[in-house]
Design a protein around this ligand. Structure first.
Ligand SMILES: Nc1ncnc2c1ncn2[C@@H]1O[C@H](COP(=O)(O)OP(=O)(O)OP(=O)(O)O)[C@@H](O)[C@H]1O
Ligand SMILES: [Mg+2]
Length: 494
């Protein structure tokens, strides 16, 4: 038996204008969980895509159980015992859970897909993993968290020796993360190697045995997880010390900007009452499925309400579409960036400016491209967005950098009310600190901010007040002093 389940040696990968990987190596032992860490754009996903046959490396060798391989495509890699959970969900919404998992290798009977057998093997797989989902549910109807669980089941179904997980928990809450960890421990006990990519420090220390760190496409170091501290890990990743994650701010809180009264939507949320003031950050906590995003989508005119009132600056306002909401001074960073945020075929510049066109248009209809480009450049520098030019197609950016472009868009919109749904999902620690600073700064300038987050430290570190939801209802609104981890958790699961 070879010493390593998987070895990558001297891998380089270049894209036009981008040195994504420069002579990096990685060795992963069987029966271990190996973490990959690094800032957004460091090259983690690119290396994984080389290992799974999506990209062909420009240089370097990959060995599986000591044997050099040269994958032509993903199927090749899967057959060699490497499977992967992708950073971006990769499922077909129009197909069922079972069809998605076994796509391309469905059991066949008399030349047709044997649906009985397909559902039976899916049921066995899901119950082995303790995932409670019906095999015949359409994937498009599932929550993002449930879709992520389908991805996990799919990766495991290949019975691979090496399972790559690229930010598998970004859409999961604590309970589901614990569930995934049980699955991972089980795989490890079976002698499989797991490559685990995450920006969440707690997870790295909870589940991984070894860590490899990358910076700007280069390998920085590898060691046992226990030899690192949180601080030493961050320092190696970022290349500098990072002292304060949550910036200190004492914003002056002004008059009420947004008032929500008795908002209800049948079977989704009920009797929602809250307000946000100028310069205030209202954190919104709760478990996935508590209805937090749904309330905000209704506020922003993305879905209708059955009853209730919305007041902006004390004036009763009807918001029937996102464009009305934008006109009224609202901005909304949605949680699912592919579904409702990013235009994948457009450039960084276009994605940033798309809702702000009015701002760049003169009265006679000319668009000031110069100003647009200047603002875009400033945001790229400010948020340290990794892109060769502002004309790069957004699909070519790393996941975290796509998120930064969306944040830049809403910063440029200069809203009165800013709603952020999981703003730092997939964002590295360094950039997180910068985003928190920007959010505080906006609050200081008088913007009313609503921030949904499943990360309690983020909620507690940033919010002036915390609103907690459970099963479509508000279970409490806490002020800064009352908002502890325990109080929030108990209200969230009430
Ligand atoms: N298909 C592509 N075309 C052009 N550039 C690309 C392509 N894929 C990745 N890149 C670039 O390669 C670099 C590494 O990206 P990669 O996705 O590997 O980063 P990452 O470490 O996974 O980051 P994140 O934590 O944000 O997911 C980035 O600068 C990215 O913009
Ligand atoms: Mg990535």
């Amino acid at each position: 038996m070879a010493a390593y389940a998987l070895e990558a040696e001297g891998i380089s990968k270049f894209f036009p204008g981008v040195k994504a990987l420069n002579n990096v190596s990685l060795r992963v032992r069987s029966g271990t969980v190996h973490a990959l860490m690094g800032e957004n754009g460091a090259g983690k996903s690119t290396l994984m895509k080389c290992l799974i046959g999506i990209y062909r490396p420009d240089h370097g060798v990959i060995r599986v159980n000591g044997v050099p391989v040269n994958f032509q495509d993903t199927l090749d890699a899967l057959r060699c015992g490497i499977s992967m959970i992708h950073q971006e969900l990769n499922l077909v919404p129009e197909m069922t859970v079972a069809e998605n998992i076994w796509l391309g290798r469905e059991p066949i009977k008399y030349g047709l897909v044997d649906h009985g057998k397909l559902h039976a093997i899916t049921r066995v797989l899901l119950s082995k993993l303790n995932i409670r989902l019906a095999p015949d549910r359409l994937v498009g109807e599932l929550s993002i968290a449930a879709q992520q669980m389908v991805e996990i089941a799919k990766a495991v179904s290949w019975n691979a020796d090496v399972v790559i997980m690229d930010e598998p928990t970004s859409a999961l809450t604590e309970g589901e993360v614990a569930h995934l960890f049980t699955i991972i421990r089980d795989l490890r006990a079976q002698g499989k190697a797991i490559i685990y990519i995450s920006h969440k420090m707690d997870e790295i220390f909870a589940i991984t045995d070894e860590v490899s760190i990358f910076r700007d496409g280069a390998w920085v170091g590898s060691d046992h997880t226990t030899r690192f501290t949180r601080q030493s890990l961050i320092t190696q990743m970022v290349g500098r010390e990072l002292t304060q994650l949550f910036p200190k701010f004492n914003n002056a809180i002004g008059e009420e900007v947004l008032t929500v009264r008795n908002l209800s939507r049948h079977a989704v949320f009920h009797d929602i009452n809250f307000s946000v003031r100028r310069g205030e950050i209202l954190g919104v906590a709760g478990l996935v499925g508590a209805g937090r995003s749904e309330v905000m989508e209704s506020l922003f005119g993305m879905s209708a309400i059955d009853s209730g009132e919305i007041l902006i600056d004390g004036v009763l306002t009807r918001i029937d579409s996102p464009s009305t909401a934008i006109d009224k001074g609202m901005a909304f960073l949605t949680e699912d960036r592919k579904k409702s945020g990013l235009f994948l075929v457009l450039s960084v510049l276009e994605n940033m400016s798309i809702v702000n066109m009015a701002q760049y248009s003169s009265k006679v209809g000319f668009i000031s491209h110069v100003q647009m480009a200047k603002d875009c450049m400033a945001q790229i520098q400010r948020l340290n967005i990794k892109t060769p030019t502002m004309d790069q197609i957004i699909n070519n950016l790393s996941g975290g950098n796509q998120q930064k472009v969306l944040i830049a868009r809403w910063l440029l919109a200069q809203p009165k009310i800013l709603i952020l749904d999981e703003p730092t999902r997939g964002i590295d620690v360094g950039a997180k600190a910068e985003i928190y600073r920007l959010i505080s700064e906006l609050a200081n300038r008088g913007v009313a901010i609503i921030m949904i987050s499943s990360e309690l430290p983020e909620i507690i570190g940033m919010s002036d007040r915390v609103m907690v939801m459970h099963e479509g209802r508000i279970t409490g609104i806490l002020n800064k002093e009352q908002a502890s981890q325990e109080t929030i958790m108990s209200l969230a699961s009430e």
